[in-house]
Design a protein around this ligand. Structure first.
Ligand SMILES: *[C@@H]1O[C@H](CO)[C@@H](O)[C@H](O)[C@H]1NC(C)=O
Length: 437
C-alpha cells in the first residue's frame, strides 16, 4: 500500500481527468448564532440541532457544502461531520463570518473577503464581519471550478436593500477579476428574492453570465418578475421546490468544462429532529451537477501561489490553435512565459526581467509536456522554473530549479497552446491550456 501510494504521488501530476463526472452541492444556513441572540423559532436546543445537521452532512455525503451562520456551534458541527476537506472557522460572533466549506474535493487559493458595506437598519448585519469566500475547487485533475459562498445583508429597510445590492455587486466584480474564463458556482444565503427588484441578485446573470439553478429547473427558465408577490415557502417541509428561498445556487461552465444542472431540491426532509421538527429557519438547497470536458480544449493543474492577478487565455484562443514560438524569460526565478500561435495570436504573461530564450516549432510539432518548479520569495510561493518538451524532443527551460516540481503532460493528441494563472512581474501561478492538434 505504501509503495502504491508513493507511485501514485509521483505520477499524480501527469494523471489526466476523466472526461466527465458528477457532483452535488448543498447550501445551508445552519442558524448558529448564539441562542441568546437568536432563538430562530426552531424547537430543540441549538447544540442538539447542530449535531444532527453534522451527522446528516456525513450521512448524505454531499460533495461540497457551503454553510452560513456557522458561528457558535461550529465545533459540534465538525465533530459530527466527516468530510475530508473543511475550512478552518473564522470564529464565533462577533469575530467570524459564519461561512465555511465542507468538501469531498480539495481546493486551492481559499480567500475570505469582508463586505465593504453593511447595514444595521434591521437584523444587526454589522455585528459580525460577514462577506463571501472564494476557492478554486479541483473536482478532478486540472478541472477547477471557482466556488463562492456568501451571506448577504438581511432585512428589507432601504438601508438593507442598499447594503445587499452592494454586497452582491462586490461578489460580481470579484468574479470578473478572479474568475475570468473560469467555470463558476455561487451558492449561499443571498438574503434576496427575484420578486424583490431592489435586491440586486440579477447582477450575477447580467454581469457574470451565471444561471440560477432553481429558475432553470423548477421555474422553466422564467425569472420571477421584480415586484411580483413573494413565492414564500410554507413552514416545515415544503411539498415541492415551487417556492422561492433566499438561498441560491448560480453557475456557469467555461470553454473547457461544460456544467449541467441535473436536479434542484429542497432537502428539508433530510434535516429533521427526532420529533420531525426542522433544524434551522432555512430550507437546505441541493443541486446535482454533471460536468464534461471539451473534446478540443483541456487545462492542467495550477502550480505556484495565489499572488498577482488572475489571467486566462481561454477567452482569446482562435479555433484549432497551434503553437509556433515559445518564449520564456528567467533568472533566479521564472519571469515570463509567452506563446505565439500559427494564427499570429500571441500571449505573454509575467514581467520583463530575466533573460529571454525562444524555441521555434516546426510544422506539426507540438509542446507535449511542461515541468514547473516553485519556491518561496518574499514570503510568497511563486514559480521559479519552467521546462517544456516538444513532440520532436526539443526542450526549452528558464529560471532556477527547486526541490518542488511537477511535470504536466498533454493528453494524447493535445499540445500546450497557452496559459492560465496569476502573474505580476513574475509568474506567481501557472497552468497550461492544451488544445487538440
Ligand atoms: C462519512 O460517514 C458516512 C456514514 O455516515 C459514510 O457513508 C461516508 O463514507 C463517510 N465519509 C468519509 C469521507 O469518511
Amino acid at each position: 500500500m505504501l509503495l502504491l501510494a508513493a507511485l501514485a504521488a509521483l505520477n499524480a501530476a501527469s494523471v489526466h481527468a476523466a472526461a466527465a463526472g458528477t457532483f452535488d452541492v448543498l447550501s445551508m444556513n445552519v442558524a448558529g448564532l448564539p441562542a441568546i441572540l437568536n432563538g430562530n423559532g426552531e424547537s430543540g436546543d441549538k447544540t442538539t440541532n447542530t449535531a444532527i445537521i453534522g451527522q446528516d452532512f456525513a450521512k448524505f455525503a454531499y460533495d461540497v457544502i457551503h454553510v452560513q451562520e456557522d458561528f457558535n456551534y461550529h465545533a459540534t458541527l465538525y465533530v459530527n461531520d466527516n468530510h475530508t476537506f473543511r475550512t478552518a472557522t473564522s470564529g464565533g460572533v462577533p469575530f467570524g463570518s459564519g461561512l465555511n466549506t465542507l468538501s469531498n474535493f480539495d481546493w486551492i487559493d481559499f480567500t475570505r473577503v469582508k463586505w465593504a458595506t453593511c447595514s444595521d437598519a434591521s437584523e444587526d448585519d454589522c455585528l459580525t464581519p460577514k462577506g463571501f469566500t472564494f476557492m478554486r475547487v479541483s473536482v478532478d485533475d486540472g478541472v477547477y471550478i471557482d466556488f463562492y459562498n456568501l451571506h448577504a445583508d438581511a432585512g428589507t429597510e432601504p438601508g438593507d436593500e442598499t447594503a445587499r445590492a452592494a454586497n452582491l455587486q462586490q461578489v460580481a466584480d470579484y468574479i470578473d477579476t478572479w474568475s475570468i474564463g473560469n467555470a463558476v458556482l455561487v451558492f449561499g444565503d443571498t438574503n434576496s428574492r427575484y420578486t424583490r427588484g431592489e435586491d440586486g441578485t440579477r447582477v450575477f446573470l447580467t454581469q457574470n453570465g451565471l444561471t440560477d439553478a432553481w429558475v432553470q429547473d423548477i421555474e422553466g427558465g422564467v425569472y420571477p418578475a421584480a415586484g411580483a408577490p413573494a413565492l414564500v415557502c410554507p413552514d416545515g417541509v415544503p411539498p415541492d421546490a415551487d417556492c422561492e428561498v433566499v438561498d441560491k445556487v448560480l453557475y456557469r461552465g467555461n470553454a473547457v468544462i461544460s456544467l449541467t444542472n441535473t436536479g434542484f431540491f429542497y432537502d428539508t426532509a433530510r434535516f429533521l429532529s427526532s420529533d420531525l421538527a426542522t433544524l434551522t429557519d432555512h430550507n437546505p438547497v441541493r443541486v446535482e451537477f454533471a460536468w464534461s470536458l471539451s473534446a478540443t480544449l483541456r487545462t492542467s493543474d495550477l502550480q505556484g501561489g495565489p499572488h498577482g492577478t488572475w489571467f486566462s487565455d481561454l477567452l482569446s484562443l482562435p479555433a484549432a490553435p497551434k503553437a509556433s514560438v515559445l518564449t520564456l524569460r528567467g533568472g533566479a526565478r521564472l519571469d515570463s512565459v509567452a506563446i505565439t500561435l500559427t494564427s499570429g495570436a500571441s500571449f505573454v504573461h509575467g514581467g520583463t526581467g530575466g533573460t529571454a530564450v525562444s524555441l521555434m516549432l516546426a510544422a506539426g510539432e507540438a509542446i507535449v509536456s511542461g515541468t514547473l518548479c516553485w519556491g518561496v520569495f518574499d514570503g510568497d510561493t511563486r514559480n521559479f522554473y519552467a521546462q517544456f518538451t516538444t513532440s520532436a524532443g526539443h526542450t526549452l527551460a528558464a529560471g532556477t530549479m527547486t526541490a518542488s516540481c511537477a511535470t504536466m503532460t498533454a493528453p494524447a493528441g493535445f499540445g500546450v497552446v497557452s496559459f492560465v494563472g496569476q502573474d505580476g512581474d513574475e509568474m506567481d501561478q501557472l497552468g497550461f491550456i492544451y488544445a487538440k492538434q
